[in-house]
Design a protein around this ligand. Structure first.
Ligand code: KIV
Ligand code: ZN
Length: 557
């Protein structure tokens, strides 16, 4: 901001809460959840959802496990009204789900809302009016506190009087002092106490007092202070469910909700991926999965998050940002080499017999598979990536378990390719680069054919007779050793073609089953300068794979 504009803004307020308790509390259980995707979320869309789109979203929300769903603002438009009717008339609401409808505290709107509910089984009528000094002064043109209270109480009284008109419907009541976050706490409390007097809740049938951070003006600790203050001062706390409804103007809606829960709230309203006015509502996916990531059951099932994101993006025409917690495309992806190395090591320790009890993978708070994300995207390779990441991709995608000491050489190759191309490398490109440099190389030396002869009189010894092509000339070479690789090395030496010593050899089957290839890796040390060089052979025969690996390494010397 321009420095001289800062005088426009006020410093943070303080809540008078000398004995605040919430910093010592922890979240140990999930709140009641209410999705407001179909109302607050929908209200914020450039093109609001059609009835059919709302239906698809409703079914998605039911599938996730929401038991309270704010389905709309039926008095606000024909589409909203029609949607509520469709839910009732087509009997689309499961018996254990309460549909919530929002209405302003105005008589004709309340009556219209009740018309929309006829025949519903379980409903929450959600009444609101704005209470903050700013709204009182600017929006309601200097309305007094008494006038604002009267709006809330008259609205509540009307709702109460209309309840008997819907005998088939079990109706719960929710009141929101809209802009609570910006209202004097004493005044919010006074309004809510008066609303409770009018509604007459009970312990068995509590009122829902929803305390919205309609605009997120302050840091999350101030929000927590407000919630704790309110819970402490409310006279009939046991007859009210305290509900949070945070928006995200400062980018801390999640933190505000989490601290609000520590401060004593019972219920949380929010949307999938934080859709909603301006910077959005609270992202319920994040709060619920944050709880899951500490072992807390939430009653919400986000195990198919990619599917949820697909339906969300299609029906709302919004895009989930790539860095959105849990749901974003890139949030389980590491490009940087040191992160990739650490992730690979952590993932190895997660293998069933590696002895790790809990999820403990550096840089990943949860196992991507637990929310329906695959491991494929975890490590992606660009010029920032390192050897561990490249080895991880070759292993996971192609079953190539490279020896550790080979990683730097392969990493360097792939890294410089990414640098040179200036782009991210697909796993196919990585495989192609690896194959063309390291695997089954045939120039200048090519193994055409070979035969192994075992000497009965010298157990463990084997003679290798091989046909090789060297620079276009065919040669038959012979050597004896304690295994095929050793024997072939001797054969090369006998030809005067050996200027190395063999320093390492590994092999493994690629995958399982009888038709799988084997991969072998041979490391040679060059006599002239001691350089260590790897080669790889891949072949259906494990013996041939080893010989091909040796030839590949020779060709790279
Ligand atoms: O943000 C808000 O205050 C609201 C109310 C209507 C609950 O959405
Ligand atoms: Zn809202």
């Amino acid at each position: 901001m321009k420095p001289d504009s800062l005088t426009k803004y006020r410093p943070f307020p303080k809540v008078d809460l000398p004995d605040r308790q919430w910093p010592d509390h922890e979240i140990t259980k999930a709140p009641l959840w209410c999705s407001v995707d179909l109302r607050d979320g929908n209200q914020a869309l450039a093109v609001p959802m059609s009835v059919e789109e709302k239906l698809e979203m409703f079914q998605l929300l039911v599938g996730i496990g929401f038991k309270q769903i704010e389905v709309g603002f039926p008095s606000a438009s024909d589409t909203e009204f029609a949607f509520m009717r469709r839910l009732v008339e087509d009997k689309l609401v499961p018996d254990d789900v309460q549909v919530q409808v929002l209405v302003q505290a105005r008589e004709h709107l309340i009556r219209r809302t009740f018309e929309s509910l006829a025949g519903a089984k379980n409903a929450i009528v959600h009444l609101y009016n704005s209470t903050s000094p700013l709204q009182r002064r600017v929006t309601f043109r200097d309305a007094s506190q008494e006038e604002i209270k009267a709006i809330a109480v008259d609205g509540t009284t009307l709702v109460k009087s209309l309840v008997p008109t819907l005998p088939e419907t079990s109706i719960a009541f929710q009141y929101s002092p809209e802009s609570f976050s910006d209202t004097e706490l004493e005044f919010s409390l006074e309004v809510c106490e008066d609303v409770m007097d009018a509604w007459q809740p009970s312990v068995e049938s509590p009122i829902i007092l929803n305390l919205p951070a309609t605009v997120e003006w302050f840091t999350p600790n101030v929000h927590a202070d407000q919630i704790e203050w309110f819970c402490k001062h409310l006279t009939r706390r046991d007859q009210a469910l305290i509900s949070l409804h945070t928006h995200n103007d400062r980018g801390t809606g999640t933190a505000a909700t989490e601290l609000g829960l520590m401060a004593g709230a019972d219920r949380v309203e929010g949307t999938l991926f934080g859709n909603g006015e301006r910077t959005g509502n609270l992202d319920i996916v994040t709060v619920a999965l944050n709880m899951n990531s500490h072992g807390i059951e939430t009653g919400l099932d986000f195990s198919q998050l990619s599917h949820i994101r697909e339906v969300y993006e299609r029906t709302t025409r919004m895009i989930v940002p790539e860095r959105q917690p849990y749901g974003g495309e890139l949030v389980f992806t590491a490009f940087s080499g040191s992160h990739q190395d650490a992730i690979k090591k952590g993932m190895d320790l997660q293998k069933p017999d590696a002895g790790e009890q809990h999820w403990a993978v550096p840089y990943l708070t949860v196992d991507p598979q637990d929310i329906g994300r695959s491991y494929e995207a975890i490590i992606r390779i660009n010029s920032q990536s390192g050897k561990g990441g490249v080895a991880y991709v070759l292993d996971r995608e192609y079953g190539l378990d490279l020896p550790k000491t080979m990683h730097p050489e392969v990493g360097l190759l792939v890294n410089s390719l990414a640098d040179q191309l200036g782009e991210e490398l697909s796993s196919e490109k990585i495989r192609d680069a690896f194959y063309s440099e390291f695997v089954n190389s045939e120039t200048p030396l090519r193994l055409v054919d070979y035969e192994l002869v075992h000497d009965k009189n010298a157990p463990g010894k084997v003679m290798c007779i091989a046909k090789v092509d060297r620079d276009g000339g065919i040669h038959i070479v012979r050597g004896e050793g304690n295994g095929p690789i050793n024997a072939f090395t001797q054969a090369l030496e006998a030809q005067g073609w050996k200027d190395f010593s063999l320093t390492d050899y590994r092999s493994h089957a690629m995958g399982s089953g009888s038709a799988t290839d084997s991969a072998a890796y041979v490391q040679l040390q060059r006599d002239s300068d001691g350089a260590l060089i790897w080669g790889c052979g891949i072949d259906p025969s494990i013996e041939m794979a080893g010989l091909r690996a040796l030839v590949s390494a020779c060709n790279r010397l």
